[in-house]
Design a protein around this ligand. Structure first.
Ligand SMILES: Cc1cc2nc3c(=O)[nH]c(=O)nc-3n(C[C@H](O)[C@H](O)[C@H](O)COP(=O)(O)OP(=O)(O)OC[C@H]3O[C@@H](n4cnc5c(N)ncnc54)[C@H](O)[C@@H]3O)c2cc1C
Length: 582
């Protein structure tokens, strides 16, 4: 295995070095496919097209993969260093606009929107949670006109990518839903500390008492229920399974034989500036690299996978968008499509429980031995509904913090960017009591946001309106979810502990009766913030589908530009994290 800081391993060379098919990415170079963005979607599709992991004898294509960033640093691959690259030069450092209806408890009145800028994209910086989503989400996409996106068609691809590691595989019921051979390593979180395991077991039992069942596998026969979380990293020694690691490094790409004749050139520090159109057909990409402008051509397809913020900008810069938006950018309209609209995201609302100073299970107050090999916070993950809908409406991610844990500040201040009125009361409660923090994530938001671009410069920040909880149904689901969590205080362990929700200092809710429905709605509005799953801004749908940007196969209506499934194309949020479907 080559050194972590070097990505010019066999099969994954920088095109500038003239590797692979011997066609350096000089001005005017031609490939079968040009892929923009080496993130979750782009790195995967580029490696697959080039024939990595293909059946023996399959023919690979000549592929150029363009990436604005460079190699992921070492901190990216160590699971326990999660969060250390946010706000660095490996982050695009976007923010939402100030003063939206939701998010008053964000420091500075706006949410930082971290996006990875390196090989692997966000998969090199994300939280590594692995959830596939609900089969009905994908069947709904197919009904919306996205041909071949029904569950029966996509499920084999989830398996193809997965390389599960863990003792659960000895259970044939578990093994039936997992693959061990794929390049993306997935494992369940484990701690060597029996006290932490005990706390998580106690929590599972308490949730069972309020109707959320313990299940073995939420990526298995049912999503409803809760278990220990799955993460996209290998078993110890833990290495993050970013798409850079899985699909690019060392030419892995699925462990298959590799298609004959294929080549993958990876051009780092290459900033795509627009799609080259002939008429309305996409024929290539303009990019800048080391202050030089290059034009690279694709004989088959141009694939845009520059993320939910980067992809719409490239389309707009190329004349694909609404007239008003293009006029603002001084770009001539070529194709009229709703680009940058329909922004959807998963938002999170945490509610922390504290209790009597002496822990209800263990009075020794152990300091868990957090390992760099795993996702660093002890946590569970699961799904439930507050109505009789057949799909889960909320994801529940409970975190356990032992007494006086330094991770409370790290999570609430550094990672979630909350104001003092949120961080301080929870820290204070944690000074002499452990904390269970129940994080609720809205899975199928009806609220929509929008991105407004003021410049075609890929490095300029657009105005990002998240639009969280602007639809009343979203707010009701959150309120009912919080109320369900409050019922934990009636469960055997929590009541014995004298548990209560930590009361926060929320100026926007000051006049409301604490504990009323209005209060919890206000609470949800104040605390709502992103879990970084922006999607839908260049979304797919059948030809003519309302608001759809892409036609059913993948061609951008009338333009011939093509997008792999990336969250930008997602027609409706699935109950999934984002990297596995990408
Ligand atoms: C902090 C964080 C935590 C998350 N947690 C999870 C999680 O636990 N599990 C999960 O599954 N998902 C998680 N996600 C979401 C998931 O990682 C992203 O939704 C997914 O990676 C998006 O895939 P993508 O291919 O569309 O875009 P990205 O992965 O963002 O890739 C886009 C790539 O395009 C490049 N690019 C952009 N513009 C240009 C340009 N003009 N020229 C050249 N290159 C360009 C970018 O640098 C980037 O490398 C998280 C995301 C973040 C940020």
């Amino acid at each position: 295995m080559c050194d972590i800081s070097v990505c010019e391993c066999a099969g994954t060379r920088d095109a500038g070095a003239g590797a692979g098919a011997g066609r350096p990415a000089v001005d005017g170079a031609e490939y079968d496919f040009v892929v923009v963005g080496a993130g979750s979607g782009g790195a995967t599709v580029a490696a697959r097209l080039a024939g990595r992991g293909a059946e023996r004898g399959a023919r690979g294509a000549r592929v150029l993969l363009l990436e604005a960033g460079g190699n992921p640093p070492r901190a990216s691959v160590v699971p326990g260093l999660l969060g250390s690259l946010a706000y660095s030069s490996h982050d695009w450092n976007y923010h939402s606009v100030r003063g939206e209806r939701a998010g008053a408890a964000q420091r500075g009145g706006r949410a930082p929107l971290t996006r990875g800028k390196m090989l692997g994209g966000c998969s090199s910086i994300n939280s590594m949670m692995y959830t596939r989503g609900n089969p009905e989400d994908f069947n709904e996409w197919a009904r919306m006109g996205c041909e071949n996106w029904d569950w029966d068609t996509v499920y084999p691809y989830f398996l193809k990518s997965e390389g599960y590691e863990g003792p659960e595989l000895s259970d044939p019921n578990f093994a039936a839903y997992h693959n061990t051979e794929g390049p993306m390593k997935v494992t369940k979180q484990r701690f060597n500390d029996p006290n932490v395991d005990l706390k998580l077991d106690v929590l599972l039992q308490s949730l069972q008492e309020i109707g959320i069942n313990s299940i073995e596998d939420y990526n298995g026969p049912t999503q409803f229920g809760i278990s220990r979380g799955y993460f996209m990293h290998s078993a110890p020694p833990g290495v993050r399974s970013s798409t850079a690691e899985c699909f690019l490094r060392g030419g892995r790409g699925g462990g298959g034989a590799g298609g004959a004749g294929g080549s993958l050139h990876v051009l780092k520090h290459a900033l795509a500036t627009r799609v080259l159109l002939r008429g309305a057909a996409a024929v290539g990409v303009e990019l800048t690299r080391h202050n030089k402008t290059l034009h690279i051509f694709a004989t088959k397809e141009v694939i845009l996978s520059a993320g939910a913020i980067g992809t719409p900008r490239l389309l707009l810069a190329s004349g694909i968008g609404r007239r008003d938006d293009l006029e603002r950018l001084n770009v001539k309209q070529i194709v009229d499509l709703p680009v940058g609209y329909d922004l959807q995201d998963h938002l999170i609302v945490p509610i922390a429980f504290t209790g009597a100073p002496t822990s209800f299970v263990d009075q020794q107050n152990p300091n868990p031995k957090y390992s760099l090999d795993y996702f660093p916070y002890p946590r569970l993950n699961g799904f439930f509904s507050v109505s009789d809908w057949s799909r889960p409406q909320l994801q529940l991610s409970p975190y356990y913090f032992n007494q006086s844990s330094p991770l409370v500040f790290k999570a609430l201040n550094n990672s979630l960017n909350y104001v003092e009125g949120v961080v301080e009361p929870i820290q204070k409660a944690n000074a002499d009591s452990e904390i269970f923090m129940m994080c609720l994530i809205l899975l199928h938001p009806k609220s929509r946001g929008r991105i407004v671009y003021h410049s075609v410069d890929p490095l300029a920040s657009p105005d990002i309106y998240l639009g969280y909880l602007t639809h009343d149904d979203d707010l009701s689901i959150m309120r009912e979810g919080i109320k369900k969590m409050l019922r934990l205080t009636e469960s055997r362990y929590f009541s014995g502990w004298g548990a209560r929700a930590v009361r926060l200092a929320l100026p926007t809710c000051a006049g409301l009766e604490y504990g009323s429905d209005e209060y919890w709605e206000c609470y949800a509005l104040a605390l709502a913030r992103t879990v970084w799953h922006q999607a839908g801004t260049a979304r797919a749908g059948g030809a003519g589908a309302r608001g759809a940007c892409w036609t059913r196969r993948c061609a951008c209506a009338g333009s011939g530009a093509c997008a792999w499934w990336t969250p930008a194309r997602c027609p409706r949020c699935p109950a999934a994290t984002r990297t596995p479907p990408s």
